[in-house]
Write a protein that binds this ligand. Structure first.
Ligand SMILES: O=C(O)C(=O)C[C@H](O)[C@H](O)CO
Length: 306
């Protein structure tokens, strides 16, 4: 029997982190990739696919090799002649991160340019994950292609997980972002929003308001809220799951993404939603103690079991 896979759709960039004077460490990261990375580390027996579009320059080749070297395939993602990856750099104020991007002409913006490739990549997946950043890097017609492909995967039996992950600068207007995120929620089984994003995007006054709004269309919701408890709503029950207070965080990049990866891995392994959130917090707590978005697989695994 073929083991069904896990897939994430979006943009993996070159990442500059850990600045020391003029020196930087270059890695590969991007919100949906960060989630797949943790999910794959924690459910390694399932084939993992990162669905995007890639360039054909040396950096794109390194990126694809990096994924392959960690057991992550690219499915039928197009490789586009002359295109290249986006880049972002992390600036830290204490451990709090902010990002500078060079991504306007990144290959990933063409991830829905070939609908049949998208459809092939989405075949036979037990879980498909995407985010508001995935939607934001696409133009309106490409967004429709993507959402139709996700709806088809869902109809074929894939569980769809979505984090609205709001990056205002990537959107032409608040209204366009609201409409696209609402469309995405209509094809979502598990929503993993972050409260401050929902506050900016929809004006929610508290996490419970986010939960109540999403519960109209989505069955399982976890509202993350940084160091405050996560609100878990599933099977008509609500639970607050406390976060882990890390004494010496070094870089908060990727904390929410890794939480999502830990949560989804736990749910696929059969843990109940509140226990999955507890493990997810442990995974996120490990990630804020490393520089950049990705922690080594063994660190993630120990945190998940911790
Ligand atoms: O901000 C983005 O678009 C990124 O994907 C960069 C980071 O890896 C991500 O935001 C961390 O959550």
């Amino acid at each position: 029997m073929t083991v069904k896979g896990v897939a994430a759709i979006g943009e993996c960039m070159l990442e500059l982190s850990g600045r020391s004077g003029d020196s930087w460490r270059m890695g590969f990261a991007g919100d949906t990739f960060n989630t797949l990375w943790a999910l794959h580390a924690l459910s390694g027996e399932r084939p993992a696919t990162y669905i995007s579009a890639f360039g054909d320059d040396p950096f794109s080749r390194d990126q694809i090799d990096f994924l392959a070297g960690h057991g992550i395939g690219i499915g039928a993602s197009p490789i586009i002649a002359g295109a290249r990856p986006g880049l972002y750099a992390i600036t830290l104020t204490g451990a709090e991160r902010s990002f500078t991007y060079w991504r306007n002409d990144a290959a990933a913006r063409q991830l829905a340019a070939d609908p049949s490739a998208l459809e092939r990549s989405l075949k036979n997946q037990s879980l498909v994950y995407f985010s508001g950043i995935t939607l934001a890097i696409l133009d309106a017609p490409a967004r429709e292609v993507l959402l139709a492909a996700i709806a088809a995967a869902r109809a074929a039996g894939s569980l769809i997980a979505f984090d609205p992950n709001y990056r205002p600068r990537l959107w032409p207007s608040l209204a366009v972002a609201q409409a696209a995120v609402s469309q995405a929620l209509a094809v979502t089984d598990i929503a993993l929003p972050t409260f401050p994003d929902e506050q900016m995007l929809f004006g929610d006054v508290e996490p419970a308001a986010t939960g109540a709004r999403l519960a109209k269309t989505v069955n399982e919701i976890v509202v993350k809220n940084g160091e405050a408890p996560a609100l878990v709503l599933a099977a008509h029950q609500q639970e607050q799951v406390p976060a882990i207070q890390v004494a010496t965080p070094v870089d908060t990049t990727g904390a929410g993404d890794s939480f999502n990866g830990g949560y989804l891995a736990a749910r696929l392994a059969g843990y109940a939603p509140a226990e999955a959130a507890r493990r997810a917090h442990q995974v996120a707590a490990a990630v804020v103690q490393v520089r950049g978005a990705l922690a080594p697989f063994d660190v993630l695994q120990a945190a998940f079991e911790g």
